[in-house]
Design a protein around this ligand. Sequence first.
Ligand code: ATP
Length: 990
Amino acid sequence: MAANSSLVTKREQPVVSTVPPRPLRHGPPWPSGCAPSRSAVPTTSCATSSWPTIAAGPRRCRPAGIPSGVQDEATRSGAPQQDREPGAGRRPGPTGGGVGAVETWRGPTSPAATVRWRAAAGTAAALHRRAAATIAAAGGVLDAIRPIPADQREQHELAERLRAAASLLAPGWLGAPLDAQSQDAPLGGPDVPAFVRIGIAQPLDDARFPAVIPLLGTGHLTVDADSRDPRVAGLLRSVLLRLLAAAPAGSLLVRGIDTATAGQLFAPFAPLADAGLMPPPVTDRTGLRAVLAEAEQWVRPTRPATARYNRHDRTLLVVIGSLPELTEPADLARIGALAREGPEAGLHLLVAGWPPPPLTAQTSQAPLARSTMISLRNPYALVGDPPGASFGSPGPQLPGTGLNAPVFLDESPPTPLLDRVCRDLAARFHADYRRTLDELLPDPSDGLWTESAAKGLSTTVGHAGERPVSLGFDERTPHWLVGGRAGAGKSAFLINVLYGLCTRYHPDELALYLVDFADGTAFTEIVPERADGFLPEDGADPGRPWLPHVRAVGVQADREYGLALLRELDTELDRRSTEPDRRRILCVLDEFPTLLAEDDAVTAEALRRLESVARRGRSAGVHLILTGRPTPALAALRARRDPFLAQFPVRVALPGGADVLEPTNDAAAGLPLGTAVVNTAGGLGGPRGATRGHERMVRFPDPHTDADALAVLRHRLWADRPAGSTGPAVFTGYLAPPRPDASEPAAEPTGPVVALLGQVVEVPLRPAAVPLDPSPGRHLAVLGPGPAAEDVLDGLVRSLAAQHAPGDVRFVVASLVDEADPTAAALCAEIARRHPVEQVDTAGLAGALDLAGPGYLVVFGMDGAAPGAVPAEGLRALLRDGPARGVHLISWWRGVRRFADQLAAVAEPEPATGGAPEPDGERSDGTGPGNPATIDHLLFLDVPEPEVARLLGRAVRWRPRPGRALLYDRRTDRTSLVVPYATPTAANAR
Ligand SMILES: Nc1ncnc2c1ncn2[C@@H]1O[C@H](COP(=O)(O)OP(=O)(O)OP(=O)(O)O)[C@@H](O)[C@H]1O
């Protein structure tokens, strides 16, 4: 029946209360002759149909259960058992007599026959009387148990009345046929809609009425098949469209989940996602959990002890088109709990594919509480009773039977209609709420940099209604913690803040350090543009105007880069403790959970430094913004009351970022894109309904909607930069820096030649350069199994060659492993253009150990030499005395073990230590830091941490990965993370 049919059908529909409650998944609810005419509808004969009709059809079909009930009743009503004869319980035949009576007419009409005939006639009369009694008794029983079904005219009248009721309950968008809906139908209504149409009920061929159910404000809707069934997809889309079109603008928030079709179910609603009215659907288990967490936050009572529910002025509708395969029972239980608790808090569920197929007998799911259940048949559907009401009105004691008519579910709305509605809603949202970046900036006519940072920094972050909301960095609000799910607008929010600050404060008063740990490109637009991403700090690059306030930027930076920045800030704070500095520093760590993601020494030190910088920076003008997606790490920090969190009184929660607020604060539940909750009390909530002075919900613009305006602003800031400004140092984690051009050697070289290896991951950036001076041990070994190490050696030697005047230096090149022969040959050919080169084998290498300087012994695959082939005595002398005569060994070793053995073999007895640091452990190469017969500089590529630690005799912090190397300096016993320079070969391969 139509929605709220209990009111109508209580009076109008036949009462079917003696029939057992109808299990929805069994056969159709109507007998043949009453079935809809669609050809695929299976017809069920009166004799086999076990369910009552909604009303009697033309043939007054009766359920098969009725006759047997009649017989039993007749038996009970007095017909003695012994009188019963075969066939006595059957309906009379066409002639009105039983089988025996017919036979008596065939016999001869003799006196004896007449006697027999009379006897037979007596029997027939007795049978007739008994049958009449049976019919009378059955009639009485039928009258007692159900009224005489209405005739067809009544059925049509009833359908007509239900149609009228439906148009009242679900007017306009909520109940109109969508394929005939006018393109101009106005959107939005005064109230959240309570009823919505799901399809057309068709009790008779020519009797139909809209099937309407209560949803928002009442409960949920479940369908037993998921979005892969086009009828389910059509139903979900049409219900969603009706609700969105009819609800007051902005009052209905939708979250979509659809794994089976990878979100295709919601594809027609994409304009809403683009507008920020509805986030893109989630398509996996992680996304499902995020939506469930948000919904739980939505229903969670503000004060659990009182179990009172928070009432939102908006409704959250979670539409599950299909659940992830093998959704865990715990997640299914969360859905069940949300169904039970949701409606009071304005949370409603549309769940397709419920109950999900059980993984085990123990995990089968009950029907979802408080939901109207739809069971698909072919081609119609059965609709169960809505929560707390009954379509069939079976009476107070008996359970409901659902809607007693087949329902043909609404099909997917026409694409142009869907598109038009979504675009109109988006445009309306845009017009009502969208703001632009310039509304957050000072009036351009006032000029740039008119505010003073002496007492703090402040910028407009958004608008609460019409009022601009400013947020600052000062002693009371020194640091901000910003949270939001992926795509919540964190970068947009940050960019607004950065432009807001950079237009208000002079670069002499504000310096920015920006690090992005994720794979985004949050900050690339405000740094100079160079394809390689590595820039000289001369500011001359005109590629793209940069913000003059920005000192350093890490794009997709390593955790080590973030840690280096924190160390740098800590050092700066040490300095400021004695020399106060009026220039404020703002450091933004975007996706900071990545920095703290591992349970290792980097995390431990980063947490310590964060706490120290935040605590000491408060009064020293050093401020932090940390942004991140929801992460268990944050909850863990909160749980253990980590001191660093206490240093962040400002919390900004964007959509999905409620975890930066206190768990009892549900202000951020269900935020749409473009909005944020700004809280200046560490995320604390407050009394419900009360105005919270420390908390505002703001709308903020997407700065990228007007890319041209943004470019003009950037150019203006750059063009006005103070004279002598240098560009930011940019570290781009995913790029290998190009090797600096080897300048022509100076006529009078002033310092030693340096071996340039790459860029040290540090703030400020600096090259990894090994000076090849005359001290004993000034040699370099590259250790690592793969071609990357071979490439490093190749590029390095080329750069060395370029640093010497032609003919000034001699090269001896040996390749002791086959795989390096081509590289060695190409290298020799290249160097030979400037310097004398000799390519040798192992024997030649042994002979060249006493090369007269200046020169280089370059060895590819030095571990490939047979044991003893390179004499230990000669090697020891080279390592110790070679640098003094300008000879350095530059070698590549594939394995650490051969290297350690060889070095141990040539190690000299350890001299008395002259103040050099003693190693903590024992070196596997047997050499100490003061040993002159050694190799002072080791570059590890792809060598596991334990092997490096064993070789160095102490713990190291190092995770081998492509594009990274660890440089060890034996003299200082220090290690540095290095991004090796791109080599010509490697660069070509990319
Ligand atoms: N205020 C806004 N109004 C409407 N759309 C916005 C707004 N802010 C951002 N968007 C849009 O939302 C999308 C995601 O924005 P953004 O990249 O800033 O999110 P994010 O949280 O940084 O994402 P991620 O975590 O993936 O890096 C973009 O398409 C952006 O244009």
